[in-house]
Design a protein around this ligand. Structure first.
Ligand SMILES: C[S@@+](CC[C@H](N)C(=O)[O-])C[C@H]1O[C@@H](n2cnc3c(N)ncnc32)[C@H](O)[C@@H]1O
Length: 206
């Protein structure tokens, strides 16, 4: 870890590791049933906000192909440059999602897969409230969060040379934060990874 704060570490990390994380032509893999379920659960041509959209593959790509209007937000210039090239039918914004003022009640769904866990802990619950605020009433949320509390870094993640940083609260904390934000959890799954895993939440704005 350098003297930079965690947001800069994450930004620089994904600038360096974008292709190691996801190839241009990656298939949807474990995301395929999630994307299909989300797409079917929202009206045709829905507005979908993808927070921490990465290179746009597979979420923005597959939701755009299904006819939805996707806006992706990501911290990393490299991820956003790739997303604009790979998913020309969607809109992409290079920004720190925690500092954005999302338009109120403007999206039928918000997706945040494996991105909230890169946000510094004090900003995570605020981001969940911002997500709730930009959803239409009854709008849908699909997000990955932590399972066990853990904060740390890896200086050789994915076999690269850039440092990556994460901050996970435990799953009970995410349940509470979602409820406090006015998001009603409709389903929760444990997604195993290595010796631990993540929680996957489906929620609706109440
Ligand atoms: C693990 S990748 C996941 C990418 C994509 N959601 C997926 O599941 O394929 C996490 C992404 O979140 C982005 N990210 C992390 N913190 C962010 C923030 N504060 N604002 C916007 N994007 C962020 C990173 O730049 C990275 O592209």
């Amino acid at each position: 870890m350098t003297d930079d704060g965690p947001v800069e570490v994450v930004r620089r990390g994904y600038d360096a590791l974008s292709w190691r994380y996801r190839a241009d032509d990656a298939d949807a893999g474990q995301y395929a049933p999630w994307i299909a379920e989300l797409s079917a659960a929202i009206p045709p041509h829905s507005r979908v906000l993808d927070i921490g959209c990465g290179c746009g593959v597979p979420v923005a790509r597959d939701l755009t192909a299904a006819g939805h209007r996707v806006t992706g937000v990501d911290l990393s210039d490299v991820q956003i440059e790739r997303a604009r090239r790979l998913v020309p039918g969607a809109t992409f914004i290079c920004a720190d999602a925690t500092t954005m003022a999302f338009p109120p009640e403007s999206y039928e769904a918000v997706v945040a897969l494996y991105s909230l866990i890169h946000v510094p802990m004090p900003d995570q619950s605020a981001l969940l409230r911002a997500i709730a605020g930009c959803l239409v009433p009854d709008g849908l949320v699909l997000l990955t969060a932590g399972w066990k509390a853990w904060t740390g870094a890896d200086s050789a993640w994915l076999g690269g040379t850039a440092t990556m940083w994460w901050s996970h609260a435990d799953v009970a904390t995410y349940r509470r934060w979602l409820a406090d934000a006015g998001l009603d959890v409709t389903r929760e799954e444990f997604v195993p990874e290595g010796t631990s895993g993540h929680s996957l939440f489906w929620a609706r704005r109440g």
